[in-house]
Design a protein around this ligand. Structure first.
Ligand SMILES: [Zn+2]
Length: 286
C-alpha cells in the first residue's frame, strides 16, 4: 500500500472541501419525540442557512475553489433559494438524508425512500441528480452501502478506513477524518457537559498540519464543515487563508468529492494499490 495515489493531472495530494448543510435538521431528528420548548439551539443552527452559507460561498468564490454540499432534503425544501445559489456557483449538491436520519436509525426501505425523495428535490432545484451521499453523524451500516449502490449512487463519504479514495462494495468511498471536521473544534451548543470551542486559529493551524501531512504522504484531506459553525466571519477568514495556501502550493489537486469519485472509478486506480473492501467483510466480525 505504499504506492503513490494517482491524483488527477499529476498532483501530489488531494483536497476536497465539503459542507454538511445541516441547519437545524440534526436537532429536529434527535428531538423528534420530545421537542424542546426553547429556541436557543434552533437559532444557533439556523445561522448556517441564513447567513453562514452566503459567507462561505463568498469565500469559495474568492479562492476559486468548488466544493461539495451535502444537503438534507428538509433543508433544501426550507432553504430552496440558498441551495439553488450553491448550484449556480458551480458547487456539487449531494445527499445527507431527508431530516439528517443516520442509516442506523432506519430500515432499508426507509433509507431508500428518504434518499429518493431528497434526490428528486435536489434534481428539481438544480437539474442535476446527485451521485454521492454522506451519512449524518458519519454513522453507517453495511446494508446502507448496498442501498446506496442500488440507488445508482457512485460514492459515499462517511467512513475513515483509508486516507485516499477506495472501494467499499460497488461504491467509491471518499474517506473522512475527525481531524478535519470543524465540529471537533467549533461545535458548542452550551451546557456544562461540553467544552467551549477552540478558536479559528487553532483549527487553521491543525488543518495546515493535515495539508502538510497529505503532501508528504500523497493522501487526501477531506475537510468537513458546517455553515452554522464555519460560516462565522473570523472562521471563514481562516478558511480563505488555508484554501489560498493550498492553491499556492501548486501540487494539491482541489475538486469536488463527485469529481474525485468519478476519477477513481473511471481511471481504474485500484492498480495503484488502493483498497477494495468487500461488503461481506465490512460488518462486525462474528
Ligand atoms: Zn450533518
Amino acid at each position: 500500500m505504499s504506492e503513490t495515489y494517482p491524483w488527477p493531472d499529476g498532483h501530489r495530494a488531494g483536497l476536497c472541501v465539503t459542507f454538511d448543510f445541516d441547519g437545524e435538521s440534526p436537532l429536529l431528528w434527535r428531538r423528534r419525540n420530545d421537542p424542546p420548548g426553547e429556541v436557543a439551539e434552533l437559532e444557533q443552527r439556523r445561522y448556517g442557512p441564513r447567513r453562514g452559507v452566503h459567507t462561505l460561498l463568498e469565500t469559495l468564490e474568492n479562492t476559486g475553489v468548488r466544493a461539495t454540499f451535502f444537503v438534507p432534503g428538509t433543508i433544501a425544501h426550507t432553504h430552496r433559494t440558498a441551495v439553488a445559489e450553491i448550484h449556480a456557483a458551480g458547487h456539487e449538491l449531494a445527499l445527507h438524508g431527508w431530516c439528517h436520519e443516520p442509516p442506523t436509525d432506519l430500515d432499508a426501505g426507509e433509507l431508500r425512500d428518504t434518499l429518493t425523495r431528497s434526490a428528486d428535490l435536489l434534481a428539481e432545484i438544480s437539474g442535476v441528480r446527485p451521485t454521492g451521499y454522506r451519512s449524518p453523524s458519519f454513522r453507517m451500516s453495511p446494508e446502507a452501502f448496498e442501498t446506496l449502490a442500488s440507488l445508482g449512487l457512485v460514492y459515499d463519504s462517511s467512513v475513515m478506513g483509508d486516507d485516499r479514495p477506495y472501494l467499499v462494495g460497488d461504491l467509491v468511498e471518499i474517506p473522512v477524518d475527525w481531524a478535519t471536521d470543524d465540529a471537533v473544534y467549533y461545535r458548542y451548543t452550551g451546557g456544562g457537559e461540553t467544552r467551549a470551542p477552540y478558536g479559528a486559529g487553532a483549527l487553521y493551524d491543525a488543518w495546515r498540519d493535515e495539508l502538510a501531512g497529505a503532501r508528504a504522504a500523497g493522501s487526501l484531506v477531506n475537510l468537513t464543515m458546517h455553515p452554522w459553525q464555519s460560516g462565522r466571519p473570523a472562521r471563514a477568514l481562516r478558511l480563505r487563508r488555508l484554501l489560498a495556501e493550498a492553491k499556492e502550493h501548486g501540487d494539491v489537486w482541489i475538486g469536488t468529492a463527485g469529481e474525485l469519485a468519478a476519477h477513481h472509478r473511471d481511471r481504474g486506480v485500484r492498480a495503484a494499490g488502493t483498497l477494495d473492501v468487500p461488503l461481506e467483510t465490512l460488518g462486525w466480525p462474528l
